[in-house]
Write a protein of this length. Structure first.
Ligand SMILES: [Ca+2]
Length: 531
């Protein structure tokens, strides 16, 4: 018989949601959180040691705060800068991040022609590098981008005791150390071209978080619907304004450019590509190591192909955008070749989360269940291809577990940077694995959040879900016993407990992952609230 154990619900925490007026997905999260708040968890049972841990939590927090105050006198930056390894060559980094782009879209993941558009350029990155089939992300835009840029679960920057009002607390907090800030200390110039979605108030734009330049969207793409909507009501709320494309440089206030409507949306990714090409050319001319963060706005809804691609595939807008994206990525690759930078550039293609979650939207997750906002593999697994000729062996495919959290410490190692020591880092260094020094990932577990709610964990090929979710309605289902899936035996997560009875030992490592995560939340120094 299975031992019934449950995880302490997070109802006693001050949940901090994203800005209420922001995006559709943000509002969706608000709904989940509100529903959660009013639900009584009937499964609560005491867990040995846990009450003790809770009672010690305040002491943890005080100790953490003290530790943080001490670090203020010797900021991480100075420590890192003093330890910069000048002998490590500084490769350029091009990181292409798609939006709501499922596991199965690209040719080498079983999509491409099957999705109406071959993807030879993106497939070519895999041929020259490494492709992961078990690369995991957070379940939606903002926590995913935060995790990617900081190496820390999104919950760490969003969840704080006594948190400030929601309108101020949005996106990535100022005190997080982003990949751009880490690279800045290594002499890099960083540019972000595309969607940010990690803060749209003073002090929280990309150029406040380590990027030297930015052109793109502060928030999400669905605001492009507004100017073209014949039911738009501008007097509905004082915060309702049309989105604008924005641009900024470090040390300057970002400027609003054109209104972001459906027409502008069709050319947005073209402009992102053009700006990236220009950035790469400028940095190459200056022999300057660079980080280009290329955050395409497609294939988030609305899926609007550029006029040059509209109708080009004969398979509709999604296939047209897939063809467009492959062409744009091909232009980035060609530019590196023309400039002689192929060997000297780490090139990554990935996505922030699985396919669009709303009914009637497009997108393909390959063999995996459901889409974004869910705790299933179609939400968590996305494509990840990395190329660094001469350093990362070519034509390698691995099903080892990697998380987007790992990008931060792995790139840090590649460029000879130290990672912060004044906070918990959830990412692990995968440089040895990527470079073929070992066949094993440095990670064998992760935790799964939807919004601010812990849904479960993965350990090796196993997965535990404390709650299930209806894939059609997104209704969260409390369950008497957690679901345990073996993702090799049951990749579509169709039959909880299939092949479980002879492997009930797996409870131990799965619950340990969750408990370790909870302890690490308590141990994480509580950095300044709202700063
Ligand atoms: Ca997204």
């Amino acid at each position: 018989m299975r031992e019934q154990r449950t995880i302490e619900p997070y109802t006693n925490r001050s949940w901090q949601l994203l800005k209420a007026s922001c995006t559709r997905e943000d509002r969706f999260l608000s709904e989940i959180s509100r529903g959660r708040k009013h639900r009584v968890d009937s499964r609560s049972v005491s867990r040995p040691g846990y009450d003790l841990m809770k009672s010690g939590k305040r002491a943890h927090l005080l100790a953490g705060l003290t530790a943080f105050l001490l670090t203020l006198t010797s900021p991480w930056f100075a420590t890192a800068a003093s330890q910069t390894d000048a002998t490590v060559h500084k490769p350029n980094i091009v990181l292409v991040l798609m939006d709501n782009f499922g596991w199965g879209e690209v040719g080498v993941y079983g999509g491409g022609v099957m999705r109406g558009a071959p993807t030879p350029s993106i497939d070519g990155i895999a041929a020259q590098g490494m492709r992961l089939t078990n690369f995991n992300v957070e379940a939606e835009c903002t926590p995913s981008r935060s995790a990617l840029l900081t190496g820390r679960y999104g919950i760490r920057t969003r969840q704080r005791e006594n948190s400030p009002p929601r309108g101020v607390w949005y996106g990535i907090t100022k005190w997080e150390i982003t990949l751009a800030e880490l690279l800045e200390k290594q002499g890099y110039v960083s540019g972000i071209f595309g969607k940010w979605h990690l803060g749209d108030t003073d002090g929280r734009f990309p150029t406040d978080q380590g990027f030297d330049e930015w052109i793109g969207l502060p928030r999400s793409s669905d605001r492009a619907f507004w100017p073209d909507s014949n039911s738009f009501q501008p007097d509905a709320h004082p915060d309702i304004r049309f989105a604008h494309v924005m641009s900024g440089r470090k040390g300057e206030e970002p400027k609003e450019l054109e209104v972001f409507d459906r027409a502008k949306r069709t050319v947005m990714d073209r402009e992102i590509t053009d700006n990236t090409l220009d950035f790469i050319e400028r940095q190459a001319a200056a022999a300057q190591p660079f980080f280009a963060f290329v955050t395409y706005t497609q294939t988030h809804e609305p899926v609007d192909p550029h006029p040059d691609f509209y109708g080009s595939t004969g398979h509709g807008s999604f296939a047209d955008v897939l063809a467009q994206t492959d062409t744009y990525v091909g232009e980035l690759l060609s530019k590196l070749e023309t400039l002689g930078l192929v060997e000297d550039t780490i090139f990554i293609f990935t996505s922030d989360n699985g396919r669009e979650g709303v009914p009637r939207s497009f997108g393909f997750t390959g063999p995996w269940r459901s889409g974004m906002f869910s705790p299933y593999e179609g939400s968590l697994r996305v494509p990840f291809i990395i190329r660094w000729p001469g350093k990362i062996p070519a034509q390698r495919v691995s099903n080892e577990m990697v998380h987007q959290l790992d990008v931060f410490p792995t790139i840090a190692r590649f460029v000879g940077a130290d990672t912060p020591t004044d906070r918990v880092l959830d990412g692990v260094d995968q440089s040895g694995f990527f470079m073929g020094k070992t066949d094993s990932s440095a990670r064998e577990s992760l935790v799964i959040y939807i919004g601010n709610t812990l849904f479960g964990a993965k350990w090796r090929d196993w997965k535990i879900l404390l709650k299930e979710m209806d894939s059609d309605t997104y209704a969260v289902k409390d369950i008497a016993y957690p679901s345990i899936y073996n993702l090799i035996v049951d990749p579509k997560e169709e039959v909880p407990e299939l092949n479980y009875l002879n492997d009930t030992w797996v409870d131990f490592p799965l619950y340990q992952v969750i408990e370790d995560h909870e302890v690490s939340l308590a141990d994480d120094p509580q950095l300044p609230v709202g700063d």
